[in-house]
Structures are given as C-alpha cells and as structure tokens.
Write a protein that binds this ligand. Sequence first.
Ligand code: ADE
Length: 236
Amino acid sequence: MNYYVLTLFPQMILDGLNTSIIGRAVKKGLLSLEAINIRDYADNKHGKVDDYPYGGGAGMVMQAQPVYGAYEALCKRIERKPRLIYLTPQGRPFHQEMAKEMAKEKELIFLCGHYEGIDERVLEEVVTDYISIGDYVLTGGELPAMVMMDCISRFVPGVLSNESSGEWESFQNDLLEYPQYSRPKEWRGKEVPDVLLSGHHEKIEQWRQNQSKERTKKWRPDLYIKYKENQKKTSL
Ligand code: ADE
C-alpha cells in the first residue's frame, strides 16, 4: 500500500506515523508514506494558499489552484489516478469494514483541509470519497487521515504479526472485545478469572463470548441491537 497525503503540515504526518507498527511496516517496505506540501504548488511567490470566502463569513478557505496543482503533479508522476479521500466532518462515517475494503487498493491519496475548508470546485474535480471520523470538529484533516491510515494498514498483509491478524477483535460480528489479563495472577487483591487458568479451551471461548455480549450490551447498546438482529437473521 502506498499512501500519499496532500497537506499544509507534512511534518505532522511523518512525525505521527513513522513510529511503532506503522513505522516498522514502512521500513519493511509493506507500506510507503509520502506527505506532499500543498504550499509548494502555490502559483504565487509568497506561498499563499488561502483567501476570504465569497459571500462573507468567518475564516479563510483553501484555494483550488494549489490543491489541484499538488494532485495533478502527483498523478502525473505515479502515472495513476488513485482513489482520493477528503477528510471532512460532512463525510460518511469511517468504520472497520470500510478500512478492510480500502486496504485492497494499491494506493490511496488523502486530502487534508484546514481553515474553513477547501474551495468546492476542486473537491468536485478530485475527491472520490468524503469521509468523517466522527461527529466532532477538528482543526484539520491530518489527524483523521492518520487515524484512517493506521486502521487501514492493519489489514495490509504482513503489517500485523501472523498471530494477531487472525485474532478476535472488537467489532467482529458487531461485538466488542472481551477483557484481557496477563501476569501476575493476583494484582492489588484482584484475581484473574479462574476459567482463564483452567486450560479448558471451550469454556474459555464460552466465557469470552459472554463477556463480549455483556460489554456490548452495557457500553454500546446500539451495536448490541445490531448484533441481535443479525443473530435473528442467521438463525432463520
Ligand atoms: N476534519 C475536521 N473534523 C473532522 C472529522 N471529524 N472527520 C474528518 N475530518 C475532519
């Protein structure tokens, strides 16, 4: 997977993703990450990339020209027109299944806006997916782009260790993950549940499944309803 990020803050992207699991995957050549500074494509010598909004209102708008310049130069260089994701609170809500599907792409471009947004005309020209990471407003698209790249990368073969990639995780079958414990057996008077020490795999599976259901019911009743509905459908 090759990621390209069009941004006014390239260092933020590199600082945020070049460590830990994603950094290791980049070093191994499983992923590549390029942060492209939109300002480098401004057609004025001051590197100005924003202007006042037509019709008035607070803040500034990122202009179409430098965004399009950065996009066009990239597509020309890589000789492809990949899917382009624009991060915006107005987009479709991001979720795990979407990440899995996007991980099948060979490359993805992320466009990060700032200020009051980007001139609509360039968005109409270049964006294939408008995506939000939740119902709250951030100062720019860089953190949402990093959230998406982190999540998508987990589905790129080889990024996670073999053991963990096939493992149970939250949102599988619309249930949250069960609680985990490690050594010591007792910590501050709290014991690890007996069943986990029993070595009885079936019982452990049962217990974990029950914990998942209880957690989902308590913390994410919306997901639990979805889970129950799917259970009903599959038993028909
Ligand atoms: N830009 C600002 N807020 C955002 C959000 N919640 N999701 C995606 N992009 C954003």
